[in-house]
Write a protein that binds this ligand. Structure first.
Ligand code: GLU
Length: 448
């Protein structure tokens, strides 16, 4: 164990004692950087890790709005501007009842490395609110988004901080947020948000990007193992935007996603979520605001398992696409005992540190979410490029760029791990490769 890393971890633990999700990711990342620190005394001299683990800015604000019954509701809004060494802060907004500062600091911290891995010029940030959009009317969603932006607008801008979607924030919410931003600033700065609709500066392939990118990355892993995606059985959790992109691309490439999961339980479809009708129905389920996956089972006559997770089943590939920490030790043991070979994280930090270490030690091929799900933010960055040049690119052009980006992320992660004598360790390789660019930029810019 490296003494400097230990010292930093101790300080971070003390300072953020009530932020378990944030401590979890810092611990995971910093441990994998031990091999790098040994070769770089300048990191210690410049307190690089103390600076890296402290957000440049964390804004918290009140969001007051009026519900359909005329009652005043008060939520908490946040934006964590974590690191701007390589570009304007970039990262999504999450609207969910579990949102708090710890969750957004974990997401913002991970975003720094993820964004760096894309090789595009974007810093790390994240924001959101404890507002729960489930069951809210369209009018309530709009009024909430307007109230949220009325405070947020002063902290963001196309060259400052560029939010996008995440859980609970999709195309509709981005539209309302952008409308309010434009109304307040009185200028058409559409590069201030990404994930926009096509009619006002959105990019083709952005809705598909996270899921497609994850499958492109998976494909690189399979190639590395002299394996192919054809005929593979994939177990996933979630049924939102990311799961939809994974199911769609997997089906296109001849694999099948056989489970979907929500807070109510999971469905098992042995024929796979492969037809256009089933894949499109995922969008309908999400848009309904009911947050129930049982609707799929009812519609297509497949089995539904109330209040259960899908990980007890046998799959070739597991791709958790829902929430942080959905895979703890019991789930990891089930996955291992079922003989799964590939564990591909898609949701941000879906695995506890203990479960992650276990799966790697047990010889599964593990790919980390910071790399696997980077396609979403990568295409967000391509949306920013298109907004800057006031042009829009074809579907093929964006998809081709996304493929190249995912290929490069896998390659740089694998090569970096190899270079440090770690074998095919995509988790450490991704962390180190993402970190090196940030460290270079931070050192070059002096003590700020
Ligand atoms: N929320 C997504 C993520 O976790 C996308 C962020 C973005 O497009 O800025 O990376």
């Amino acid at each position: 164990m490296n003494a400097y890393i230990e010292e930093v971890l101790e300080k971070v633990r003390k300072r953020n004692a009530n932020e378990p999700e944030f401590l979890q990711t810092v611990e995971e990342v910093l441990r994998s950087l031990e091999v790098v620190v040994e070769k770089h005394p300048e990191y210690q001299n410049t307190a690089l890790f103390e600076r890296l683990t402290e957000p440049e800015r964390a804004i918290q604000f009140r969001v007051s709005w009026v519900d359909d019954n005329g009652n005043v509701q008060v939520n908490r809004g946040y934006r964590v501007q974590f690191n701007s060494a390589i570009g304007p802060y970039k990262g999504g907004l999450r609207f969910a009842s579990h949102v708090n500062l710890s969750v957004l600091k974990f997401l913002g911290f991970e975003q720094i490395f993820k964004n760096s891995l894309t090789s595009l010029p974007i810093g790390g940030g994240k924001g959101g609110s404890d507002f729960d959009p489930n069951g809210k009317s369209d009018g309530e969603i709009m009024r909430f988004c307007q109230a949220f932006m009325t405070e947020l607008y002063r902290h963001i801008g196309p060259n400052i901080d560029v939010p996008a979607g995440d859980i609970g924030v999709g195309g509709r919410e981005i539209g309302y947020l952008f409308g309010q931003y434009k109304r307040i600033v009185g200028a058409y700065e559409n590069g201030v948000l990404t994930g926009k609709g096509l009619s006002y500066g959105g990019s083709l392939i952005r809705p598909e990007a996270t899921g497609f990118g994850a499958v492109y990355y998976l494909n690189e892993v399979l190639k590395h193992e002299n394996d192919t995606i054809e005929g593979k059985i994939i177990g996933i959790s979630g049924f939102g935007n990311v799961s939809w992109g994974v199911a769609k691309k997997a089906a296109e490439l001849g694999a099948k996603v056989v489970t979907l999961a929500g807070p109510d339980g999971y469905i098992y479809d042995p024929d796979g979520v492969v037809t256009e009708e089933k894949i499109n129905y995922m969008l309908e389920m999400r848009a309904s605001g009911r947050n129930r996956v049982q609707d799929y089972a009812d519609k297509f006559g497949v089995e539904f398992f109330p209040k259960q997770k899908p990980w007890g089943r046998k799959f070739d590939i597991c791709m958790p696409c829902a929430y942080q920490n959905e895979i703890g030790m019991p789930e990891a043991e089930a996955i291992r005992n079922n003989g799964t070979k590939y564990y591909i994280e898609v949701a941000n930090m879906p695995t506890t540190n203990e479960a992650l270490a276990y799966l790697m030690n047990e010889g599964l091929i593990v790919a980390p979410s910071k790399a696997v799900n980077a396609g979403g933010v990568a295409v967000s960055s391509l949306e920013m490029s298109q907004n800057s040049e006031r042009l829009s690119w074809s579907r093929e052009e964006v998809d081709e760029k996304l493929k190249t980006i995912m290929y490069n992320i896998h390659k740089v992660s694998a090569d970096t791990a190899e270079q440090y004598g770690l074998g095919y360790n995509l988790v450490a390789g991704g962390n180190i490769a993402g970190f090196m660019k940030i460290a270079d930029a931070m050192l070059a810019q002096g003590i700020v």
